[in-house]
Design a protein around this ligand. Structure first.
Ligand code: COA
Length: 165
């Protein structure tokens, strides 16, 4: 296995939160290139289309030490990672409760491809309770999400739930 300069941070990102941004920024201090990869078929009922999730991520990324680009993929994550000639999957760990699911994914991905490693960043404490579902639920009922999501996402969520009311 060659060393990888590119790391793939995959997820559903429906929508991106400050917790995800924290991981992206820190990944870019370790790897030259970060690819934020939106899973098109994650089995979750999404609020935002893949295209909109992509533009929300692009609008939220601030200047980072390495380059960051946003892409989406269908099918298996390991196949996508190979297709862009990377060997590294990045995930964030928020709490002990994330561990079981993450360990399962890492083991399965390693069985699928011996050449790919999963690397974890521990989410900053201020972001450890955030999830996309929590953010959507708060926005739906008019709760304050200003510290949890980037400004562009906050505005878009407010618009979406105004339309739905
Ligand atoms: N800060 C804030 N929230 C975070 C976070 C962080 N650092 N890290 C994760 N989360 C939240 C997400 O918002 C999401 O919340 P939600 O459930 O309320 O939507 C939840 O934690 C976990 O989601 P995410 O990190 O997006 O991962 P996922 O479990 O939705 O997606 C994939 C996992 C897409 C990487 C995985 O399903 C996949 O690889 N799919 C492709 C098919 C495949 O290869 N399958 C075999 C894999 S074993």
């Amino acid at each position: 296995m060659g060393k990888s300069k590119t790391a793939v941070y995959a997820g559903t990102f429906d929508p991106i939160t400050n917790g995800h941004l924290d991981i992206i920024e820190r990944t870019s201090t370790v790897f030259d290139d970060v690819v934020v990869a939106i899973a098109e078929q994650s089995g979750k009922q999404a609020l935002f289309s893949v295209e909109e999730r992509k533009s929300l991520i692009q609008g939220a990324i601030k200047s980072t030490p390495g380059s960051v680009r946003v892409d989406s993929f269908k099918g298996l994550l390991v196949d996508y990672v190979k297709s862009i000639e990377s060997h590294v999957i990045v995930r964030g760990l928020r709490a002990v409760s994330d561990y079981e699911y993450e360990a399962q994914m890492a083991i399965i991905n390693r069985q699928l491809s011996r050449d790919i490693e999963t690397v974890y960043f521990v989410t900053s404490q201020r972001c450890s309770f955030i999830s996309s579902s929590i953010v959507k639920e708060l926005a739906r009922f008019g709760g304050d999400i200003s510290g949890m999501v980037p400004a562009n996402v906050g505005l878009r969520l407010a618009e979406v739930f105004k339309e739905k009311r």
